[in-house]
Design a protein around this ligand. Sequence first.
Ligand code: R5P
Length: 281
Amino acid sequence: MYIVPSSTAYNVSRKLASIFSCNVSGVVRKRFPDNEMYLKIIDDVKGEDVLLVGNTRSDQDIIEYLLLLDAIKEEEPKSITAVVPFFGYARQHMRYNNGEPVSSKVFTQAINQYADRIITVELHDEQTLNYSKVPFTDIKIINPIYKYFMDKNIDFVISPDDGGYERVKLMGSKLGIPAYYIDKKRIDSTTVKMTLPEEDYKDKNILILDDIISTGGTIIKASRMLKDKGVRNIYACAIHGVFANNSNEKIERYVNELTVTDTIETKYSNITISGEIAESL
Ligand code: R5P
């Protein structure tokens, strides 16, 4: 087996290689004079089972991922598994208005041209799985997050919206603590009203758990409401730390600890999803 890392997933690639005792292929990355991307896989992957590990978060990530898929395929490997810890462009998993593309379908089908299997982590919406002609597994991350928080004396876990309630219920039952969600209602295109459940928050240690932090607006609003209720510590955790526009810096002002997994590798990636990916293979 060989692991080919995109530039978005060096750490997860190395961790997977150590779990499977296999090599991480070197990749030459350069720019042509006109700034187009040049890539070359150094190791010989002919006849090998190859995992390509990388994200599709930015436009550049997508180009890199597709070019690496083609580079691997040209070498005639035994199989290609596309591991995409953060499957970007997944919010547009359906057409909301006429004239729009279904972006998660576009990238699923592009990967289908090359890969025998796709593995992702906590997709924005599972509708995307239906666009694939090859087996497509979406992994849910609970255990590594539970292990990280099990000794932190959390009093309860809360989801910033009802969509994440199943996740926090599961986490609450593992930690042996109550789980709640914040009622989130959209008032108009720019206003969202969030209402905390009626509980005693004073001096409590609270874990806010979400699937993704992007602009940070959701986590910040939830944290401010909880602070106003007199909580002692707020631990903010999400699977994917996108941190658009450096929102991490703002979030840090409102929470005692910010933690995400390494689906996107950041300085807050205290939790690894590599074990869960390895188990799914
Ligand atoms: C909403 O459905 C998601 O679970 C997240 O709460 C949301 O996407 C977070 O986005 P932001 O950080 O921009 O508020």
